[in-house]
Ligand binder design. Structure first.
Ligand code: NDP
Length: 363
């Protein structure tokens, strides 16, 4: 599958471009699309990519017959526009999370891909990650008894000026990192929430002029189950989630990172067992699954619908922050949940490549 990567920011440079090597022979990095000529030149040279395009030249590239698919690594509010462009040109789309920033945009993306007979997948790397899938499996097999509540924390110190601090680009902690907590709660409960409540804090720090610093949200799930999480752009690194059942509990810590190995501790009765997983490339498995699904004529998972559900939940969370009332969450029905059979492991990228005209989002 011949890919163009669109947007050469941090995630593209640190993780997506290097992953193509680990996803051979399923995919080929064929073209790069960027608004920054220096990135095109230097990354083109580094990865041996000859087809380089600016955003305004992308339509010609998309229509050229040189490509089968795009990987969209742009700011959140640009995902919809670029998915539509690619779908109309007959290209399959692997899009970074969140799928979009409105439910309407998600629906337009899903419809455009269906109408143009191309596949759409949202880049939820943890749907292929063994530690996460093992935990989902043991919760499903009732190792903890009946799962009753979920709690998660995901935080970091965001850098001033980063896209994550800009409202117009879809910034804010829920869109960027809270989404992992939401997706994990849904995966681990194997269900969709019916109601959301949330509150946000706004400190005077200039990083938080346009977005909340921290958000705490509560989601009610069918069967009297509850999920809560706190996500923050103004606190030290934390990446943890926990499910407590009637007989035991499981803690994932770290739970959501790609730059280190993940780990979980299962406690049943008096006994706790720790399971650690070596660092791996979490991006190559997405590329492989996507290419294999397209080739087999199957819809890839996580699908556009999976992405839409998280966007619907985030919108309800933001409505609750504004109104300070519980908000109903309406989501489409989900037939499939990620399972252990989807686990795919590729070796870690040895070290982060030298970044060109981008800096890490936090630190
Ligand atoms: P960056 O800001 O580092 O990169 C975004 C890139 O988009 C820019 O470098 C730029 O690339 C391009 N771009 C095009 N238009 C604009 C614009 N108006 N303003 C700013 N940039 C623009 O962000 P990230 O790489 O961290 O995030 C990109 C996407 O990836 C987001 O959707 C984010 O949620 C997702 N992400 C996913 C992760 C995961 O683990 N799956 C982790 C981190 C991010 P150029 O100069 O080439 O035009």
């Amino acid at each position: 599958m011949r890919f163009a990567v669109v947007g050469l920011g941090h995630i593209a440079q640190a993780a997506v471009l290097p992953a193509f090597r680990h996803a051979r022979p399923h995919v080929e990095l064929t073209a790069l699309v960027s608004g920054t000529p220096r990135k095109l030149r230097q990354l083109g040279r580094r990865y041996g990519v000859k087809t380089l395009a600016a955003y305004r030249g992308a339509t010609t590239l998309f229509d050229s017959g040189l490509l089968d698919a795009v990987y969209i690594a742009l700011p959140n509010t640009l995902h919809a526009e670029w998915t539509l462009k690619a779908a109309r040109a007959g290209l399959h789309v692997l899009c970074e999370k969140p799928l979009a920033t409105t439910v309407r945009d998600c629906e337009r993306m899903i419809d455009a891909c269906a109408r143009n007979d191309v596949q759409l997948m949202v880049a939820y790397r943890l749907h292929f990650e063994r530690c996460t899938l093992e935990v989902a499996n043991l919760v499903r097999r009732k190792k903890l008894g009946e799962p009753r509540f979920f709690d998660a924390q995901f935080s970091m110190q965001v850098k001033a000026g980063n896209i994550r601090t800009q409202r117009a680009l879809g910034g804010g902690p829920v869109w960027d990192i809270g989404i992992y907590c939401i997706n994990a709660a849904r995966m681990l409960f194997g269900a969709e929430p019916t109601e959301a409540w949330a509150t946000a804090t706004h400190s005077t720090d200039r990083r938080f002029a346009e977005i909340p610093e921290s958000v705490h949200a509560v989601l009610r799930f069918p069967g009297e189950r509850i999920a809560s999480f706190t996500c923050s752009f103004g606190a030290a690194d934390r990446s943890r989630c926990e499910v407590v059942g009637t007989r035991g509990s499981v803690v994932l810590d770290p739970a959501f990172d790609y730059s280190m190995g993940l780990s979980y501790a299962l406690t049943v009765g008096e006994r706790t067992r720790q399971h650690r997983f070596a660092k791996s490339d979490q991006f190559a498995p997405e590329l492989i699954h996507f290419a294999q699904s397209v080739r087999a004529g199957r819809a890839p998972e996580p699908s556009g619908k999976e992405g839409l559900i998280d966007v619907a939940i985030i919108r309800a969370i933001h409505r609750s922050i504004e109104t300070q009332r519980w908000q109903a969450v309406q989501t489409p029905h989900r037939e499939r949940r990620p399972g252990l059979a989807q686990a795919l492991r590729r070796p870690a990228v040895p070290r982060e490549p030298k970044l060109i005209q981008v800096e890490a989002s936090h630190g």
